[in-house]
Design a protein around this ligand. Structure first.
Ligand SMILES: *Cc1c(COP(=O)(O)O)cnc(C)c1O
Length: 393
């Protein structure tokens, strides 16, 4: 497909796009084309509005009264907005802390639930923080961290495994792991499963309930557009909640935080996975951004995501492969998340040059350029324009 035909096709697809109106809910600068929503989602108009209200009214005027009027309920309220995006029931997801801390809590909890087991299995290509956290949990329990490539996870699970953890969509390649098979194998061997949904939530449908996942964690500032440092989330299967503890038993996890009792009694529900005071401003921004998801379906988001990444890969074959770019993401749409990674010698300089021109992507060493295609604000026209920039930066 030549680029003139591609532009024509993109105009047709954009005209038919049911998600096209969502673009107006984002406050992207006119001179920017953004392909990095997989690292930091853009500002929404609602986040701006809600943050101003929080500062001017809830903080400035209402002061401490705002805790009871609104803020105390936020972690649960925001968790319940995230729940439908990952197939969770109400009151089984809570928003708090960051992904690293939530992963630590989930893994510690899982290990305590499987006493006597000696191994934690992890995807060796997982995001480094996940590996560091899993290593620390293993070290604290005198356990072994079994780190293997994604294809070998199933074979590495045994009766020694306490918990298996992996990221559903690989942060580098966007490869989707086989969550049903990995989870089922973990369960067949009596192990628990912790999925990291950092590159899944808000971009790729997931169903913690149908898959019978034990724990899941994920990020608020990527496809959920919560803003820099937005709180993350943690899901715990309701069947495990009563027996699940977590290592950071702070006062917000207490059954009655404002009774100021001297001994710890965990809250009966998912709030036992909280630790301390909520980061209100960040949480407000996340809550406002999540409103967008109540008006769209994850099926439409997924269909458009596949359309955008698929068009980019078609154009890659015709125009970029002959110029020395290498495809590092899966060709099969069912195993591909919402970004596409290209290997390119000199990729760092190219990403920097494009960024100076307002075409923003990112780079992961040694030579991977990553392009995030976010169905809520990227258009098919953006995809063609990206290819133009890659050819003539
Ligand atoms: C982005 C990302 C994180 C981020 O962790 P934070 O603690 O929120 O900084 C963790 N894991 C994966 C797989 C990620 O993609």
């Amino acid at each position: 497909m030549n680029l003139i035909d591609a532009e024509e096709l993109a105009r047709t697809l954009d005209a038919q796009d049911v998600l096209a109106p969502m673009r107006a809910k984002f406050d992207l600068p006119a001179d920017v084309t953004y392909f990095d929503g997989n690292s930091l989602g853009p500002l929404t108009l609602r986040s701006r509005e809600v943050l101003h209200h929080t500062i001017d009214v809830e903080w400035r005027e209402r002061l401490i009264r705002s805790w009871n009027e609104d803020w105390l309920a936020m972690p649960m309220r925001v968790g319940n907005m995230i729940a439908p995006l990952i197939g969770a029931t109400q009151d089984s997801v809570i928003s708090c802390d960051n992904t690293s801390i939530n992963l630590h809590k989930a893994l510690m909890s899982a290990v305590e639930l499987r006493p006597g087991r000696t191994e934690i299995v992890i995807d060796i290509n997982n995001f480094p923080t996940d590996i560091y956290i899993a290593q620390s949990v293993a070290d604290q329990h005198g356990m072994t961290l079994v780190a293997v490539p994604a294809e070998e996870i199933i074979g590495a699970i045994s009766e020694r495994t306490a918990v298996v953890t992996a990221t559903h969509v690989d942060y580098r390649t966007a490869k989707i792991l086989d969550a049903p098979a990995i989870t089922a194998t973990a369960h067949q061997h009596g192990a628990l499963m912790v999925w990291d949904l950092a590159h899944t939530a808000g971009a790729v449908p997931f169903d913690v309930s149908t898959l019978d996942i034990d724990f899941a964690v994920g990020c608020g500032y990527k496809y959920l557009n919560g803003g820099p440092g937005a709180p993350a989330f943690i899901y715990v299967a309701p069947r495990l909640l009563a027996e699940s503890g977590q290592p950071l038993q702070g006062w917000w996890a207490h059954a009655a935080p404002f009774d100021f009792e001297l001994s710890f009694r965990p809250a009966p529900g998912i709030s036992r996975f909280l630790t301390g005071t909520t980061t209100v401003l960040s949480m407000k921004s996340l809550e406002a951004a999540l409103e967008i998801f109540s008006g769209v379906s994850m099926a439409d988001i997924r269909a458009k995501s596949i359309g955008l990444t698929g068009l980019f890969i078609d154009l890659f074959d015709a125009h970029l492969a002959p110029r020395g770019f290498m495809l590092a993401s899966p060709r099969e749409s069912e195993s591909r998340g919402s970004h596409v990674a290209l290997g390119f010698v000199g990729g760092k300089a190219l990403v920097d040059k494009m960024s100076a021109q307002g075409v923003i992507a990112d780079f992961r060493p040694p030579d991977l350029m990553r392009f995030g295609f976010a169905p809520l604000y990227n258009s098919f026209g953006n995809v063609v324009s990206l290819v133009h920039h890659l050819l003539r930066p």
